[in-house]
Design a protein around this ligand. Structure first.
Ligand code: AHR
Length: 506
């Protein structure tokens, strides 16, 4: 047993409202996310549009609130018109972003229907790589204008009488990255994003626009990029994006487990730049942070295995790309990253776990009539999305700390709480790999306590993963007791993520 942990949730110290859009996800035309993922007409569970009912069921269970679409790097070469109209007439194209063949059998209409069925808000990205203001405006008019113009009538002729009413729009994707189709400097992109935003607002003043921030915190242009883009787009955008992926260095799991501290610093740096630009630029300071791609991603495997395999071969349809098998450790890191996002609710306006199915997804599918199943990371996401609402409380945590090589010293137990009416939810990530800790949780008077934990299953280790045949990494009940002193006590195993919910009584 390691040092005991004391956690105090002061129910009077409530902070920002938790945006429900924090629990978004992402569907890109990449690998087997769309084709062979959410869409598979040959599957026994497929509906009339070819979407898998078993996958849809898991998406509903996951509880994602918003889904970004159709990319990602893919969108920077995408012509949206290819994906509308009769499917038999749709062109087959090369997808240069992922060296794949795009059949266009899924496009805006099909995806919007799927999003409705899944109960998620659609967040649409426009192509600012090979295209610009005109094509973005056309897509918006096609999607959101009621009727009576060539584009809106084309939508209606394609079977959608009512506008799609899409509110959230991404102005391109990762335009700072040299790998991006149509990669730009901050000035080039900032000007284009501003003019695209202006035109889109003329057409539909109700849109919410997300400018592309840096692709990651380590980009050599980080900071200068945000300053440039925010200055050009001041008063025209609502959010700026942050993309953040973390991977384990097998020699340094402690730093990996402290990834939440790195994300926290990244968010803090972007928030400082928003404030700095806002102080000198009219309308520049009211911009939210959209963490619209975040996850654990083994990028070393992508660079060494997937990328050489796919980019040197022919142009496959829906190849297996970045289908990482998530471990218990990964689940604890994902849970801890969610804790950071909630804690930063005052600045983070939305977030999207990238991606949803197969491609670094919490949901995986087998082809040829096979199963759909939950990866380890599914559970902290689902359990957080269903309970984190109301206002944030940042608890006092007293206990052991862990020194890490990359992210400094962090609390062994990462914690955040939310209070919604009479319910409190506490989310804990225990980052000690070796020993459990006794936790004393002070919440004031409570009743109806429920606690679940995701940790190493019996007979497993921290590398245990789920598969189509078995899902050993799953939530289990966590025994708790409430003493005469009103303190809730529990034992948090080594390497664990937990959620405690209770009713607050006066
Ligand atoms: O999510 C996979 C890829 O990661 C996205 O296409 C891109 O935006 C990011 O680099």
């Amino acid at each position: 047993m390691s040092t005991p942990t004391r956690i105090v949730v002061d129910r009077t110290a409530v902070g920002a409202v938790v945006p429900r859009r924090l629990f978004g996800s992402f569907v890109e035309h990449m690998g087997r996310c769309v084709y062979d993922g959410i869409h598979s007409p040959e599957h026994p569970s497929a509906d009339a549009d070819g979407f898998r009912a078993d996958v849809l069921e898991l998406v509903r269970e996951l509880g994602a609130t918003v889904v970004r679409y159709p990319g990602g790097n893919f969108v920077s070469g995408y012509r949206w018109e290819d994906g509308v109209g009769p499917r038999t007439d749709r062109p087959v194209r090369l997808d240069a972003a992922w060296h794949s063949t795009e059949t266009n059998q899924v496009g805006l209409h099909e995806f919007a229907t799927w999003a409705d069925a899944a109960g998620v808000e659609l967040m649409e990205a426009v192509n600012l790589g090979t295209r610009g203001v005109a094509e973005a405006a056309d897509l918006l008019e096609y999607a959101n204008h009621p009727a009576g113009t060539a584009l809106s009538e084309r939508r209606r002729a394609n079977g959608r009488d009512e506008p799609f009413g899409i509110r959230l729009w991404c102005l391109g994707n990762e335009m700072d990255g040299p790998w991006q189709i149509g990669h730009k400097t901050a000035d080039e992109y900032g000007r284009l994003a501003a003019e695209t935003a202006r035109m889109m607002r003329f057409i539909d003043p109700t849109v919410e626009l997300v400018a592309a921030g840096s692709s990651n915190h380590e980009m050599p242009t980080f900071g200068a990029w945000e300053r440039g883009v925010l200055t050009h787009t001041a008063g025209l955008i609502d959010h700026i994006s942050v993309h953040a992926y973390y991977e384990e260095d097998p020699a340094d799991p402690a730093s990996f487990l402290a990834s939440g501290a790195a994300l926290d610093r990244y968010i803090g740096d972007v928030a400082d730049i928003i404030d700095e630009v806002g102080a000198t630029t009219p309308d520049g300071g009211t911009v939210g942070i959209s963490v619209d791609e975040w996850n654990v991603w083994n990028q070393t495997r992508w660079n060494e295995v997937d990328k050489p395999r796919v980019f040197t071969g022919d142009w496959p349809i829906a190849p297996r790309l970045i289908e990482d098998d998530y471990t218990v450790t990964d689940a604890v890191v994902v849970g801890s990253l969610l804790i950071t996002l909630i804690r930063r609710s005052e600045r983070v306006s939305m977030a999207n776990l990238a991606q949803l199915v197969n491609v670094i997804g919490p949901i995986r599918t087998e082809p040829d009539g096979g199963a759909a199943w939950r990866q380890s990371t599914f559970h902290p996401f689902k359990l957080t999305a269903e309970a984190a609402s109301g206002r944030v409380v940042v608890p006092l945590v007293e206990g052991a700390t862990i020194d890490t090589a990359r992210h400094g010293t962090v609390d062994a137990v990462d914690a955040v709480a939310t209070i919604d009416g009479e319910h409190v939810s506490v989310f804990l990530a225990h980052r000690d790999l070796d020993a459990p800790t006794e936790v004393a949780l002070e919440l004031g008077a409570i009743a109806d306590v429920e606690a679940v934990v995701v940790t190493i299953p019996a007979g497993g280790d921290r590398h245990t993963t789920n598969s189509a045949d078995a899902e050993p990494v799953a939530p289990a009940e966590l025994p708790v007791s409430v003493g005469d002193d009103g303190i809730l006590r529990l034992t948090l195993p080594a390497l664990a993520w937990a959620r405690i919910r209770a009713r607050l009584v006066d």
